[in-house]
Design a protein around this ligand. Structure first.
Ligand code: PEP
Length: 248
């Protein structure tokens, strides 16, 4: 049985003061949750989050990791550096990184490999644009994106988490219907099953305008094992409602 995971993606939001308020409000109400709960924060704040969350059930992650191991890569942050700060998860291949930083499928696969080698779970994001969906290319796109990660990480693929995030649903208020999301999740599950005998363990999260109102119906689908939450993870009450929806 896969345990559900609700992961917040703060993106480039926050400040020392705002993070403290948000984390303390979440922790106060979280107690011992029935699912895993994590926040993926800007790297500069990992030390703060480690300090504030060390004795709570809240886990933390980063939003990116270098594809390189060590050395002359100005501005990059390696997986072993993330590990120094107790990081459990790292997002790789978020559509904003693919779009604004030119990350290719091969780079995303290498980033996942670096994370796994450091004992950090990569949350591998895949998803189609609106144009790709409208031209019937959704399955082809998400399968190609996941195939690169499977190819590079075959032997330890069961250690990853996958997040299906249709690009047209991210930050737009447009959510995939539970049926649309389930259809893609089932495709991804089949691809993972073909690659690994342990594939049933792999959590596949949905991301894209998930909120307190739509979380239950999305999370009740058989292959939706949690959520990657952007906007709604910045408000404690909204984030906690999604956690509650995942805990039934
Ligand atoms: C995201 O950025 O991963 C995301 C899902 O954002 P939002 O929930 O705001 O659509």
């Amino acid at each position: 049985m896969r345990s559900k995971l609700i992961a917040g993606n703060w993106k480039m939001n926050g400040s020392l003061a705002a993070n403290q308020d948000l984390l303390l409000s979440i922790e106060k109400a979280l107690g011992a949750p029935a699912c895993k709960v994590a926040v993926c924060v800007p790297a500069l704040y990992l030390a703060q989050v480690q300090h504030l969350c060390a004795s709570s059930a809240l886990l933390w992650g980063a939003q990116d990791v270098s594809a390189q191991e060590i050395g002359a890569y100005t501005g990059e942050i390696s997986a072993t550096m993330l590990r120094d700060f107790g990081v459990r998860y790292v997002l790789v291949g978020h559509s904003e990184r693919r779009q604004y930083h030119g990350e290719t499928d091969d780079v995303v696969a290498l980033k996942a490999q670096r994370a796994l080698a450091a004992g950090i779970t990569p949350i591998v994001c895949v998803g189609e644009t609106l144009a790709q969906r409208e031209s019937g290319k959704t399955a082809e796109v998400v399968k190609r994106q996941l195939a690169a990660v499977i190819h590079t990480n075959g032997h330890c693929i069961s250690e990853i988490v996958v997040a299906y995030e249709p690009v047209w649903a991210i930050g737009t208020g447009k959510t995939a219907t539970p049926e649309q999301a389930q259809e893609v999740h089932a495709l991804l599950r089949a691809q993972l099953v073909a690659a690994s005998t342990q594939a049933e363990r792999i959590a596949i999260l949905y991301g894209g305008s998930m909120n307190a109102a739509n979380a239950s119906s999305l999370l009740s689908q058989p292959d939706i094992d949690g959520g990657l939450i952007g906007g709604a993870s910045l408000k404690a009450a909204d984030f906690l409602s999604i956690v509650a929806a995942a805990s039934h």
